[in-house]
Design a protein around this ligand. Structure first.
Ligand SMILES: Cc1cc2nc3c(=O)[nH]c(=O)nc-3n(C[C@H](O)[C@H](O)[C@H](O)COP(=O)(O)OP(=O)(O)OC[C@H]3O[C@@H](n4cnc5c(N)ncnc54)[C@H](O)[C@@H]3O)c2cc1C
Length: 393
């Protein structure tokens, strides 16, 4: 008989795990929202799936999306000075999670994965531990449901380092070549402009990351779509003139009334396993590896860790899953989690001088510009550029 696994939460982590594991194990996903609730609900995030994540999606047979909005490049601006456009080696893609999650749940159910609509709490989780061979906590930033121990050296912050202000808009002429635009305003924060696919067609995501209490932190108290749109328009006009020049005054609007969001995250990294009543419980994705969104790594890291967990469970398929299995999973993920986390945390601080110099070199040299674009697709390169100066020429 196949071992029975329960995945709590159907975000990137839970879905990628379900796709990877479904042929070898009997999978039940437990999710607090139905696929229709997710589809018609509030946006949850922004997202850019870089080449390695998209390759993993192909390996795991995750549903494909139209390629009309492939992200080919990263545009870098500091202040009002556009530095360069770096080309990504492999194109990336951003699909609204409402669409991606709701569609994938239906697809998995069609392939025999069980789905339960339930909000799991700390009491009901005990029953699940008895019922299943393994419970995997993929509850994202709302979690974790278990007290996975905090890794103190990777969790230096007690408060959010940015206010996240996100809207999915129509009425902005896309940048060329199509890409993610990163604008850094020293001492204020950043703007990420991301081309994305939604149920309503292509949109432009405007994602402001404001340093708390700075002059860019000006969306406090804004609750409805109309106020949000007006505020975004005036903020872009004041702080991001190049984007404002591409805005079509008449047609600039949210793509639907639920396509805006304000949130703030206190990053925290946890050891992703523990024993409850002598049984192994693991975490995957934001529930255990929660970083600030500033480097756009959350979905990619969640997917990476899902693959590492899949490989661990497959390797230990015929043995008892215990602390050794959990430690094997942690050993496989630890270094990459550290690299993503330390780079991401560094990006919330003023850029170090040697990194500023690298960015300036990118403005003079297309090869360097392309290397810097790759930081986002391959964060190990960013980590090396930030922390081991010897690797930089
Ligand atoms: C503003 C913002 C911008 C971001 N931008 C990017 C970006 O550009 N690129 C990128 O890669 N990442 C980005 N991220 C991070 C990315 O969204 C997350 O890392 C990713 O979604 C994590 O996936 P996950 O599966 O761990 O969690 P989630 O996607 O949060 O999914 C968790 C699921 O668990 C369910 N759930 C939660 N609690 C329970 C419960 N008790 N019972 C049952 N179900 C439950 C939820 O309903 C949800 O479906 C951003 C995040 C934010 C907030």
């Amino acid at each position: 008989m196949k071992k029975r696994l329960c995945i709590i939460g159907s975000g990137v982590a839970g879905l990628h795990l379900a796709y990877a594991l479904k042929d070898d194990f009997d999978i039940t996903i437990i999710e607090r929202q139905s696929s229709d609730q997710i589809k018609n609900g509030r946006i949850m995030s922004t997202q850019v799936h870089f080449g390695s994540t998209r390759n993993r999606e192909k390996r795991f047979n995750v549903p494909k999306w139209g390629e009309q909005a492939l992200i080919e490049s990263i545009h870098i601006t500091i202040g009002n000075q556009k530095l360069f456009v770096g080309k990504l080696r492999d194109p990336a893609l951003s699909v609204d999670q409402r669409l991606y999650y709701s569609h994938s749940i239906k697809d998995l159910v069609g392939q025999g994965v069980s789905f339960r609509l339930e909000k799991v709490d700390k009491e009901s989780v005990e029953v699940l531990i008895d019922e299943f061979d393994l419970v995997i906590d993929c509850t994202g930033k709302n979690g974790p449901l278990f007290p996975f121990p905090i890794e103190e050296d990777l969790s230096p912050f007690q408060t959010p380092q940015r206010k996240c202000i996100v809207g999915y808009f129509i009425g902005i002429k896309e940048n060329t070549p199509l890409g993610v635009s990163v604008t850094v305003l020293p001492e204020l924060g950043e703007m990420f402009e991301i081309p994305a696919i939604t149920e309503h067609g292509p949109v432009t995501i405007m994602f402001i990351m404001a340093i708390p209490n700075s002059d860019l932190d000006i969306f406090k108290g804004i609750k409805n779509a109309e106020e949000f749109t007006l505020k975004m328009r005036s903020t872009v006009q004041q702080f991001f003139p190049e984007i404002y020049n591409r805005m079509d005054g008449k047609h600039f609007a949210l793509c639907d009334e639920n396509s805006f969001l304000q949130t703030a995250i206190t990053p925290v990294i946890r050891k992703p396993y523990l024993l409850v009543n002598n049984k192994l419980v693991v975490g995957c994705g934001d529930s255990v590896f929660l970083n600030d969104p500033i480097t756009g790594q959350g979905c990619n890291l969640s997917s990476y860790c899902a693959e590492q967990l899949y490989e661990t469970l497959t390797e230990y398929k015929n043995s008892k899953w215990d602390a050794e299995t959990g430690e094997c999973y942690w050993n496989r993920t630890k270094q990459y989690v550290k690299e993503v986390t330390e780079w991401t945390n560094a990006m919330t601080k003023p850029l170090p001088e040697h990194v500023v110099q690298l960015l300036l070199q990118g403005a003079q040299d297309q090869v360097k510009a392309n290397e810097i674009a790759e930081w986002f697709a391959n964060p190990t390169k960013a980590y090396n550029a930030f922390f081991s100066k010897t690797t930089i020429h």
